[in-house]
Design a binder for this molecule. Structure first.
Ligand code: PGA
Length: 256
């Protein structure tokens, strides 16, 4: 059985004060969730705050991005080793906002996943198609290319440690969620694609769904056989909503 994992991507939101309120609620009301089944991904300046408030709780924490370089003259970048110093267990790479707004290629995303893995952090590699791509029938070609780049550039050991997040670009922050069947179709495709190349990895690879996950739709998504949890943006900033989503993942089974 693949365990479920729910990750809260705060994006560029938060302050010491609002984070404190949110984290306090997560810890006090979500202290009984299975260890490591939930995590938050704050902006980098707040990782230390998360670490001090979440250490010793079931909650993991991670970063929203990482450099593909180990160290050196890369102004503004954060190295994977620095995230390790802050206790990060995971890092998100290749979010569609970084691909679209910062021109990140699938090859660069794979190099970031490799850098994370080398430092001992699990990468959550985001993939997803735009609405235009879906409507022109190239969803599988697009997702296949993104997954292939990870396998080609980062290799088998990284894939064995990675999680993939399928986030259709048209569903992110739009309130328009993929239907459970649409999500399942792409998740099964991703699992098959990885399994063709790395048969030992595909069946066990955690594949999260992201894009307008809410308390009201989480359960139906998480019940799909190839949906192993969620990457949640907006709803992860509202404690009761996010906690409900986390509980929906546990209720949807496959905890093991
Ligand atoms: P959303 O964002 O839940 O606000 O749609 C998801 C994401 O971008 O990770």
């Amino acid at each position: 059985m693949r365990p479920k994992f729910v990750a809260g991507n705060w994006k560029m939101n938060g302050s010491f004060e609002s984070n404190h309120m949110l984290l306090t609620a997560l810890v006090t009301q979500g202290g009984d969730l299975p260890e490591g089944s939930v995590g938050v991904f704050p902006p980098s300046p707040y990782i230390a705050q998360c670490s001090s408030m979440l250490d010793g709780t079931p909650w993991a924490w991670g970063a929203q991005d990482v450099s593909c370089h180990e160290s050196g003259a890369f102004t503004g970048e954060v190295a994977a080793s620095m995230l390790v110093d802050l206790g990060c267990a995971y890092v998100i790479v290749g979010h569609s906002e970084r691909r679209a707004l910062h021109g990140e290629s699938s090859e660069l995303v794979a190099r970031k996943a490799l850098a994370a893995h080398r430092a001992g952090i699990r990468p959550i590699v985001c993939v997803g198609e735009t609405l235009a791509e879906r409507e022109s029938g190239v969803t599988e070609a697009v997702i296949g290319g993104q997954v292939d780049a990870l396998m080609d550039v980062a290799g088998e050991a990284v894939c064995a440690a990675a999680l993939i997040a399928y986030e259709p670009v048209w569903a992110i922050g739009t309130g328009r969620t993929a239907s459970p069947d649409q999500a399942q179709e792409v998740h099964a495709f991703i699992r098959g694609r990885v399994g063709e190349r790395f048969p030992a990895i595909g069946p066990g690879m955690p594949i999260l769904y992201g894009g307008s996950v809410k308390a009201s739709n989480a359960r139906a998504l998480f019940e799909m056989p190839d949906v192993d949890g969620g990457l949640v943006g907006g709803a992860s900033l509202v404690a009761h909503e996010f906690l409900e989503i986390c509980r929906a993942a546990q209720g949807a089974g496959q905890v093991g």
